[in-house]
Write a protein that binds this ligand. Sequence first.
Ligand SMILES: [Zn+2]
Length: 338
Amino acid sequence: MIVERLYSFCRFGNQSVSRHQANVNVSSQSVSRRQVWDWLMSKPHWLLSVMLVWLMGSSATIGLNVVTVTDDFASIARVVGGEHVTVKSLVSGSHNLHAIYPRPSMVVAVKRADLIIRIGMDQDSWIDSLIQVAKNKRVLVGTPGQLDCSDGIHALDVPTSHHGGRLGDVHKEGNPHYWLDPRDGQRIAQQIRDRLTELDPDNGSQYQANCDQFCQQLSDDYRRWAAQLAALKSVQWVTYHTVWSYFFEAFGLTNAGQLEPYPGISPTTRHISALTTRLKSNPRPTRVIIANFYPYSVAESFAKSVNTTAVQLPTNVGDDGVTTYRGLFDTIIRKLSL
Ligand SMILES: [Zn+2]
């Protein structure tokens, strides 16, 4: 059906086809489906996205349209929502969430959303501009269509002064990487359950059952992961950025410091020197971990200077072969245990 609509559209817009494919004899009678497809594939990605949505119009989707910022939240929303939701993530895989630049395809997703699930804590303020551009009143701040999951989280690293703002600290509202504590994964699921139930009360009992099952599985996983990491409690862990604060707290691991002097500020010679001195004065073993999107060479060089190794880790679903929220922890902990 979509192909038919594309075909009809191209017949209607054959002047545009001719203009962009001068070597093809295109007329309203002669244009073929293959030519339509080739022409569409030659367009910039954003134009294709907008066109496809326009052509599909109000084509039916399954249940509520849920849009999340990352694949982690999308994974949880799919489990809780089950067959009653269609979930799309705006950002796929591990990325520096402090440097996301909105794309036109994101506007399309936001325009169709019944529910937007945000990380919050000033990490995804760019979504506000997307909502304005999309003119989707269903997902404005304060409506049931917008859920900020940080509202249900005990935030770490909340600044006690605003020194960071002047220095470029990217955690002015506290540390936003809370999905890396599986207990917060349960809290995220429960918030999603409540919001889906508010938007779709007829299926509330299903959301409840899905959430209960997911939280029970995470509880079982948490005990297993904690046992796997118990042997690493003597390590003083160094990271590039404070991505791992919630992970460390969840499993009782020691956060010995970051290569960044402040979140988002590149390492300085003075800071690295002081950190090195502090680590070497402690007899406990040191290990360095770094998220996949930060410069591994910096972590590797520092690790060598303190006679240890550095390991790269995914921080989000969609990276490193990780397809589910629970799988993310399996991968992280397996790599830490090597
Ligand atoms: Zn951060």
